[in-house]
Design a binder for this molecule. Sequence first.
Ligand SMILES: Nc1ncnc2c1ncn2[C@@H]1O[C@H](COP(=O)(O)OP(=O)(O)OP(=O)(O)O)[C@@H](O)[C@H]1O
Length: 542
Amino acid sequence: MRLSRFYQIQKTLLQYGLDELIPAQWQPWYARAARRCLFWLKNRYPEQSVAARLRLALQSLGPVWIKFGQMLSTRRDLLPAELADELAILQDKVRPFPGEQAKALIEQALGLSDIQQLFAEFDITPLASASIAQVHSARLQLADGTQAAVVVKVIRPGIEKQILADLALMDSLAVIAARLLPDGKRLRPREVVSEYRKTILDELDLQREAANAIQLRRNFEGSDSLYIPFVYADYSRSNIMVMERIYGIPVSDIAALEAQGTNMELLAKRGVEVFFTQVFRDSFFHADMHPGNIFVAREHPENPKYIGIDCGIVGTLNAEDKRYLAENFVAFFNRDYRKVAQLHLDSGWVPAHTKVEEFESAIRTVCEPIFQKPLAEISFGHVLLNLFNTARRFEMQVQPQLVLLQKTLLYIEGLGRQLYPQLDLWKTAKPFLENWVKQQVGLPAIWRQVKENFPFWAEKMPQMPELLHRYLEQGPRQQQALLLQLQALQQQQQRGKAQIISAVLAAASLISASIALSINLPVLASLLGAGAIALTVRALLH
Ligand SMILES: Nc1ncnc2c1ncn2[C@@H]1O[C@H](COP(=O)(O)OP(=O)(O)OP(=O)(O)O)[C@@H](O)[C@H]1O
C-alpha cells in the first residue's frame, strides 16, 4: 500500500514537472538514473509556471497535501511571494461521505441503538464537508424535555490511517528535498513537515477541539465582541462533537453585513481587540481564524458581535513570550532598533556572541522601510515577520507559538482592513500593549508575584525541618551541599518577606501622603511620597 502510494506521489510530482525544482547539476547520478527509468512520466503542463504546477500537484494528491499547501502558503518567511500566493488559492473541496455512515458513527460513539434516542431530528445531508470532518445539523433532545438546534461534527472514517501514511511519505520526501533542493538547508523541510504533522493530528481529536471551545467560551463569557457556541461535552468524543448551531453571517460576506447596516468600523476594531485580548489577557488564542471560521451575529448590527467556530488550533503564550511581544512592539514603534537588538541579547533569544551593532543594523534595514507608511497602516504581523526573519539569520530559534501568533495576526489585520479600510491598527492595539506593560511594574505587579509565589512557599515550608534533620545526619561534604540548598531557600524566603514588608510600607506611605496632601501639609506629603518611591524601588530590587 505504502509502495503504491509512494509511486503515485512520485508519478504526480513528475507529471507536473516538479523535478525541475532541482537543478540538473545538483542531482546525484542515482537520482538522474531513477528519473530516466521513469521515462514515460513526462511534464504534462510545461506551459504553466512552477508555482501553478506545485498547486495543481498538491490539489490532485488529496486532502493531506492540500492542507499542507495551505499551511505552506502562510509561511511567507520561507517561500517567495509568488509561490505563497499561488498556494493560498488551494481549495479544500472534498466530496462528503454518506450521511448514513455519519449516523452509524454517531450511534456507535455515543452507544445509541438508534440516533433518535438522543436526536429528535437528524439531517442526513451534510451541512458542510471538509477534508477531515463533516458537519450535520440536528435537534438535540434535552433532559428537561426541550430541544436544542445543534450541529454534529463527525471525523471522516479511515482518515487517520490515510493521514499517518501520507505523513510518513511526506517526511521521506522532506529528507530528499533537504539534500537536493538548492535552498534545502534554509527551508528546513523536515521541521516544516513535523510542524504540520502536529497541527493535522491535533485537528483529528475533537475532544481537544471541544475543550478549547469551552475554555474560549469561558474567557469571553458576557463579552459584547465574541461569542463561542456552547459545546455539549457529554455528547462529545474524539471523533464526534455536538455543539449549539449558530446562524451568523459569514464575515467574508461584506455585502450582507453592509445590507443589514452593520457598524463596520466597530466590527473591524473589535476583531483586533478580540485578538489582543486573547493574547495579552488570556494567553490563549484561536489560531485558525480563516474567514470560513468567523461569523457575525445577525442581532444588533450597530453593536456587532463575532461568532467563532472551529477551535481545533489554539495558541498559548507564557509570560516570557508576552514580554517578548510587548517590549519589541513598543521599541519598534519608537523606532528604537538598538533596544530591539539589546532585548534579544539580554533575554538570550540570540546567542551572547551576537554583535549588537550588526544585529541592530540588520533590523533597521528590514524594518525602516515599513515606516514609509503612516503609523496607522503598519501591520503588526509584518513587523513580526520581518523581525523573525532577521532574528533567524542571527541564530534565534523562533518558538512555534510565536510563528502561529504572527500568522494569526496577519489574518486578523487583513480581515480588519477588508471590513474597514481606514482601520487604524496602531491606535486599536496600543492600549493593550500599554496596559500590559503597566501591569508588569509597580505595586500591583509585586502583589501579584507574591500571590503567585505563595503556593511555592506553602509547599516548601514543611520541608524545612526535614532538610535540617537530614543536614545534621549527613557527612561533612553532603552537609555542605544541603547547607547551600537551605541557604538558597532561606534567602528566597527572606526576599519574599522583605518584598511584602516593603510593598505594604510603600502602600501605607502613599495613603498617608495623599491624606497629608488633602489636609494641606505639602511638605509632609512630599516626604511620605519620597518614602513610598524608595520602598517601591527596594521591593522591586529584591
Ligand atoms: N456551530 C455551527 N453552527 C452552524 N454551522 C456550523 C457550526 N459549526 C460548523 N458549521 C458549518 O460547518 C462548516 C465546517 O465546520 P468546521 O470549520 O468546524 O469544520 P472543519 O472540518 O474543521 O473545516 P475546515 O478545516 O475547513 O475549517 C463551517 O464552515 C460552517 O459552515
